[in-house]
Design a protein around this ligand. Structure first.
Ligand code: A3P
Length: 304
């Protein structure tokens, strides 16, 4: 680890560049070496994102979808999403002792989230019949969301990190699990090569037409919405349950912390498309456009 390129992370501790991506020392030492021991199941569903791309929303929607028979999204009886933060219901692979499997996964089929780049996914995830749903977000909003989140995590002692300093790191690809463009490109290519394995989604399109996205995800993971479910408006019930307004106003998401130490409310800010216009100068926006054109121009992947 001491021979790897190092940069100061956005919150605390250093990031290390290994095989093109930036990791914490914990991921390098405690997670990556055990990846070949992790046993994926054919029935597993992996929700993959870069931080601040809509992970919390995706976790909520897929949890509600997969468990809709057990928990009626429209019932007055407490739905787990009303009494738990979505991160408590869908664990991150990298937060688990993966040498022993994923211990805290409460669902069957297992719903497991990860921010790991494609090349670092455990071999069994790539080889088994499990499904991967990848959600990305336009890089400018992703960056702005990351900047706000970072400052919520920084202690008073550390002080705030400036937008400019964060932007400089983002443009150099220095963020946990980044560079942004290499992360999205890995999954984009995989989704083109293996459309039955990887479903590639965009936050902005999901905001635009969440119902169709929910149906698409349901079909992809093998539990399509039936005619009967359509007739009692299941799709809208799930969307309403998982909407930004509903989740962010729940008592459980307004206070308290996750076992990771993150404040639950930090995962809800505005939940909108285009907030970057309130933060980036025209020069900054142009710089991101240029980087994306250079890095992703030939791939056919475009952003809003
Ligand atoms: P903003 O900071 O732009 O508001 P992640 O879940 O990957 O950490 O991403 C967090 C981003 O998703 C934040 O974006 C947050 O507000 C937004 N978000 C959280 N819950 C959401 C929901 N139910 N619907 C839409 N966006 C949501």
């Amino acid at each position: 680890i001491s021979s790897l390129p190092t940069e100061k992370g956005l919150v605390s501790g250093n990031l290390y560049q290994y095989e093109g991506f930036w990791h914490t020392s914990e991921i390098l030492q405690k997670i990556l070496p055990y990846q070949n021991q992790f046993e994926a199941r054919d029935s597993d569903i992996y929700l993959v994102t870069l931080p601040k791309s809509g992970t919390t929303w995706l976790k909520a929607m897929v949890f509600a979808l997969v468990n809709r028979t057990q928990y009626n999204p429209n019932s007055n009886q407490q739905h787990p999403l009303v009494s738990n933060n979505p991160h408590q219901l869908v664990p991150f692979l990298e937060s688990e002792p993966i040498s022993n499997g994923v211990d805290s996964c409460p669902t069957d089929p297992r719903l497991i989230a990860t921010h790991l780049p494609l090349v670092f996914l455990p071999e069994s995830v790539k080889q088994s019949g499990c499904k991967i749903v990848y959600l990305c977000r336009n890089p400018k909003d992703n960056f702005v969301s990351l900047w706000h989140f970072t400052n919520k995590l920084r202690t008073e002692e550390m002080g705030c990190i400036s937008l400019e300093e964060t932007f400089d790191k983002f443009c150099r690809g220095v963020e946990l699990f980044g560079p942004f463009w290499d992360h999205v490109l890995g999954y984009w290519k995989e989704s083109l090569e293996k459309p039955d394995k990887v479903l590639f989604l965009k936050y902005e399109e999901m905001k635009e037409n969440p119902g169709n996205h929910l149906r698409k995800i349901a079909e992809f993971i093998g539990c399509p919405i039936s005619m009967e479910e359509e007739s009692f408006n299941l799709v809208n019930q799930i969307l309403e349950l998982c909407s930004f307004d509903h989740l962010s106003n729940l008592e459980v998401n307004r206070a308290g912390r996750l076992s990771s130490g993150h404040s639950k409310s930090a995962f809800f800010r505005r939940g909108e498309v285009g907030d970057w216009k309130n933060h980036l100068t025209p020069e900054m926006a142009q710089k991101v456009d240029e980087i994306i054109k250079q890095k992703l121009g030939a791939s056919g992947l475009t952003f809003y």
